[in-house]
Design a protein around this ligand. Structure first.
Ligand code: PLP
Length: 443
């Protein structure tokens, strides 16, 4: 039976597509009911960082669920949430040592924003309500998270329901007028944030939210070395909370637990998701320091973001087990090492038709496609290059993640790679081989 709408009872993500039925995953590979195999080079949606079919994680989850599957976070705490919070406190940067757990990145982004807003209002500073975000940017699909994002095509039907957010250009040197070559460039150095805060009046700004390394929106664009220290200093000087959205790039993806680690800068609030549970259960987290949580503790006494699955044992058990596995098997160091191999091998793509740039850090890579490599001019959106490439890759048995619109808000094509941290050198070579073959299909 073809798995497509309306021939089954699933309202599929794409109502015009026929879906392969995956029946098994093992390591970096997925297998469907027709006997086809797929090299999962993007961990689904940047999620499966431990690889598929890790029985140690499954066993720990089963053990927790057998004892108790669900209790309300209003009435009880539970062993899984306590263990997960303790583990994360050991890994988290700086003073970020208290954690609020939710079941999606979007929920966690909403919670982080509410935490920032409550922090200011509870201190009598209710004028602080503006939020500054990047363009391009993506922070999720619930309404406030969608407001933060700069993907206008996601907003088509919902614009009347969304809030206005102030934007500064993301540090995206490939598309910056200076091409990353000017030390004084306000976009590449981060001083553009200060210009924005002064324009808005910092007394009106609650928070600045951004991804530390670009996720899909800028295709793994890596800001320069001093960028986040500059942002930290600007936020401190103007009393604006800095929220780091590490939903995609955190939990080890760039070769360090936090993508900010190499920058030596600590945000006020950090949001994790995706890889934090390796995909074994939906899980996301908001990390906050005592200096913020204490304001709520002494005031309203609660973050006003109640949801049924906050701190749920089943979901937290997956996170605790996944992180224990990650540490026991040295997978952070492995991600950094294999990331170096991946980026070295990907250099072979430079010079191939349509490959404008190859970038990223750790096991996160973005390959940006352009119509003309010299001028960097993108394909017109109607050509749907990223989507067609992704289909060609799938035909070659390679799963990649496409993104569009990053060049100018409408045009622009890239694909992302984010394989499991357990990937071997031979599998990296296989990614490159299948990538080339998909590209040949496009010529
Ligand atoms: C940077 C970033 N933030 C937030 C989200 C939202 O996470 P979720 O899809 O789990 O709601 C995503 C999802 O892709 C993301 O990439």
């Amino acid at each position: 039976m073809p798995h497509r709408y309306p021939e089954t009872h699933v309202l599929y993500r794409n109502l015009a597509r026929a879906y392969p039925l995956v029946i098994k995953g093992e390591g970096c590979w997925l297998y469907d009911s027709e006997g086809r195999s797929y090299l999962d080079a993007c961990g689904g949606a940047f999620v499966a960082c431990l690889g598929h079919g890790v029985s140690e994680v499954v066993d720990a989850m089963v053990e927790q669920v057998r004892r108790v599957g669900y209790v309300s976070g209003m009435a009880f705490t539970n062993q899984a949430v306590e263990a997960l919070a303790d583990t994360l406190a050991e890994l988290a940067p700086g003073d970020l040592n208290h954690f609020y757990f939710l079941s999606s990145g979007s929920d966690a982004i909403e919670a982080a924003l509410k935490l920032a807003r409550q922090y200011w209002v509870e201190q009598g500073r209710s004028a602080k309500q503006q939020i500054v975000a990047f363009a391009p940017a993506y922070h999720g699909n619930t309404l406030m998270a969608l407001s933060l994002g700069a993907r206008e095509h996601y907003k088509t039907y919902f614009a009347p329901w969304l809030l206005e957010v102030q934007r500064i250009p993301a540090p995206y040197s490939y598309r910056c007028p200076c091409r990353g070559e000017s030390r004084d460039c306000p976009r590449c150095s981060g001083t553009v944030l200060e210009e924005m805060l002064l324009r808005l009046g910092p007394e009106n700004v609650a928070a600045f939210i951004a991804e530390p390394v670009g996720g899909s929106s800028t295709g793994a664009a890596v800001p320069r070395d001093d960028y986040w220290r500059t942002i930290r200093e600007i936020c401190d000087r103007h009393e604006v909370l800095w929220i780091a959205d590490e939903v995609l790039v955190g939990a080890g993806r760039t070769g360090t637990w936090s993508a900010l680690e190499p920058y030596g800068a600590v945000p006020d609030i950090q949001v994790l998701g995706k890889g934090i549970s390796g995909g074994y259960a939906p899980l996301a987290a908001v990390a906050a320091p005592r200096r913020i949580a204490d304001v709520l503790a002494a005031g309203s006494t609660a973050l006003l973001h109640a949801q049924t699955y906050v701190h749920s044992p089943a979901m937290c058990a997956a996170g605790a087990a996944a992180i224990t596995y990650l540490r026991r098997h040295g997978l952070l160091a492995r991600c950094a090492a294999m990331g170096r191999v991946l980026h070295e091998r990907l250099q072979a793509l430079r010079g191939l038709p349509y490959v404008g740039d190859v970038r990223g850090r750790g096991l996160l890579a973005g390959i940006e496609f352009v119509e003309d490599v010299e001028s960097r001019s993108p394909f017109l959106r109607e050509q749907r290059f990223a989507e067609r490439f992704t289909q060609a890759a799938e035909r070659a048995g390679l799963m990649v993640w496409p993104n569009t619109g990053q060049a100018d808000g409408v045009n622009g094509d890239l694909v992302m790679l984010a394989p499991p941290f357990t990937i071997s050198e031979a599998e990296i070579d296989e990614i490159v081989r299948r990538f080339r073959s998909a590209l040949e299909d496009m010529i």
